[in-house]
Design a protein around this ligand. Structure first.
Ligand code: AMP
Length: 210
């Protein structure tokens, strides 16, 4: 199994695909967005981070790197990882190279999920997540049986505060602006694989990572 990175626009389905790979193949899923959202929102750092997330802006490279390092250090020799949401710019990609060298892990494959803007927008504004079991739903594509309630555990579903149309646009623009150099960086290393993020995505990804 390969260690992988997902690069994709916001709400393209990185989290969904990561969950499937984690469940079926035993991957360790590391999402820097999740690590940032898990910070105590009442702490000074949590407040600073939350304000940036709500505005659709990047959190500083230093803060994200610190959280990522802590998480990567928990990996065992046999663990395979998926990085979801990191790196998001060239500076982060270079930091990651250094970190992986430190912990003796390789980065084997970078998967770029190709999803049109309008699909991402709908996936974002319709997204609902269970705060208890983390199952994801969508009011357009994957409704729960009872509106607003998790099918699996009955908890009231939540909507991410940055999944509004306005914030989505900022997040998408930020992605476009910062990602191109990353794509080139990994293409030059022959690690980049483009995958259709709309049809049979999971099957295609399994074909790449196994
Ligand atoms: P995500 O869950 O990947 O959509 O990330 C949600 C938000 O967390 C992003 O819009 C950023 O504000 C922040 N974030 C997540 N990962 C990073 C990163 N690698 N660098 C900077 N900010 C990040």
């Amino acid at each position: 199994m390969k260690n992988i990175i997902f690069i994709a626009p916001p709400a393209a389905g990185k989290g969904t695909q990561s969950d499937l790979l984690k469940e079926n193949l035993g991957y360790v899923h590391i999402s820097t967005g999740d690590l940032l959202r898990e910070l105590d929102k009442e702490s000074p750092l949590g407040k600073e981070v939350n304000a940036l997330i709500e505005a659709g802006k990047f959190v500083s490279d230093e803060i994200v790197l610190e959280l990522l390092k802590e998480k990567l250090l928990t990996l065992t020799k046999d663990d395979h990882f998926i990085l979801d949401g990191y790196p998001r710019n060239l500076n982060q990609a270079k930091s990651l190279d250094g970190l992986l060298k430190e912990i003796n892990k390789s980065l084997d494959c970078v998967i770029e999920l190709e999803v049109p803007y309008d699909t991402c927008l709908k996936r974002a504004i319709g997204r609902e997540i269970c705060p208890n079991c983390h199952k994801a739903y969508n009011t357009f594509f994957k409704k729960p049986k009872t509106e607003g309630i998790c099918d699996s555990c009955g908890t009231a579903l939540e909507h991410r505060s940055d999944d509004t149309e306005e914030t989505f646009k900022t997040r998408f623009d930020t992605y476009v602006e910062n990602t191109k150099p990353l794509i080139d960086y990994y293409q030059e290393q022959n690690k980049l694989v483009k995958v259709d993020g709309v049809n049979d995505t999971y099957e295609k990804i399994v074909g790449v990572v196994k």
